[in-house]
Design a binder for this molecule. Structure first.
Ligand SMILES: Nc1ncnc2c1ncn2[C@@H]1O[C@H](COP(=O)(O)OP(=O)(O)OP(=O)(O)O)[C@@H](O)[C@H]1O
Ligand SMILES: [Mg+2]
Length: 311
């Protein structure tokens, strides 16, 4: 069941003298996020990721189009009680300690007295900052600040978490800790919407991803749907590939590449693959291995963005 659903969102910023410069930040964005999933919105700088989250949080209004979150339309106060938000490049007052920061934000979300204190302490524990709770945050590392930001986003025990670049600037160990924390939160039934340009991060934890470029959604799907190329196989041979073998195979392929003693063939169906294997054998060459080819999310991302850029 979709928990977030947007229909044809367009956002055009106007800036400059007399607001004559228009920037199309989002173009016809329709996405849905299912309950309990980690959904990753991927895109290069300026793609519109932050704008999209800000629209869902009603910080920015769409030019046209709309959305529902937990069945409520945008702007409903009921939504705000049920969502948590970790903004991009957040800044907390440097003179506060970790505990005081959570105490302050917890107060804003309506917690008081012992419930507020307990919530702040248990979240500090959850994000591994208990030992730092009395230390001023000006001494925190980037990774610790991001974890504190996550704790802040969890204060009201939200159903949906919106995280804008949660691992930005965090070292590999810190990133792994944040990933593990997000997986635990998913286990608890939270839905997580995550913006990132760090592909490997998103690949490691997202159930589904959308690729956004210049405000447009280029593709939506599971990581494996996005990364599997249309039937591409690597045939490892025991001899180098001759020109005569290549010309025998070519009519049965949609693409053909030679890498050392490997043939990389694109085919339209399994039958074509079998025909190619027969041709290879008929030349007295043996197969040393056969493997389906998948790209990494990074390769698919670059391919998609470059293809659309040239279109
Ligand atoms: N308040 C604003 N006024 C004018 N243009 C804006 C404003 N906010 C964003 N933009 C423009 O809208 C486009 C999308 O910006 P946005 O911040 O949503 O991208 P992003 O994908 O989050 O990028 P990044 O990866 O750098 O965080 C960019 O071209 C940006 O310059
Ligand atoms: Mg951004």
């Amino acid at each position: 069941m979709p928990i977030v659903e947007t229909t044809s969102i367009f956002k055009t910023y106007r800036s400059g003298v007399f607001k004559r410069v228009t920037v199309p930040a989002l173009v016809d964005v329709s996405l849905s996020v299912d309950s309990g999933e980690i959904f990753g919105l991927l895109g290069p700088n300026g793609a519109g990721k932050t704008t999209f989250i800000k629209i869902l949080l009603s910080i920015v209004h769409p030019t046209t189009g709309g959305a529902t979150i937990l069945g409520e339309t945008l702007g409903s106060l009921k939504i705000k009680e049920k969502i948590g938000y970790l903004p991009e490049n957040h800044r907390y007052p440097q003179f506060l300690t970790g505990y005081q920061t959570l105490h302050f934000f917890g107060g804003l979300s309506g917690l008081t007295g012992p419930a507020l204190r307990d919530r702040a302490l248990s979240l500090l524990d959850l994000v591994g900052l208990s030992e730092w709770k009395k230390v001023k945050i000006k001494r925190y590392s980037k990774g610790m600040l991001q974890r504190l930001g996550l704790a802040q986003a969890l204060l009201n025990d939200p159903e949906i978490l919106f995280l804008d670049e949660p691992t930005d600037g965090v070292d590999p160990v810190g990133r792994k800790e944040i990933r593990d924390l997000l997986k635990d939160l998913r286990k608890q039934g939270k839905t997580i919407f995550l913006n990132s340009h760090l592909l490997s991060e998103v690949e490691a934890i997202s159930d589904r991803v959308a690729i956004l470029n210049k405000g447009k959604v280029l593709k939506v799907g599971t990581v494996s749907e996005i990364t599997s190329r249309a039937l591409e196989y690597e045939l490892r041979l025991d001899k180098t590939v001759s020109e005569s073998l290549k010309s025998l195979i070519l009519p049965h392929t949609t693409s053909l590449k030679v890498e050392g003693t490997s043939l990389i063939v694109g085919v339209k169906d399994q039958e074509a693959l079998n025909t190619i294997i027969d041709r290879v054998r008929s030349e007295g060459i043996h197969l040393a291995g056969l493997q389906e080819r998948k790209s990494t999310l990074e390769e698919s991302f670059i391919e998609l963005i470059q293809a659309k850029g040239q279109a």
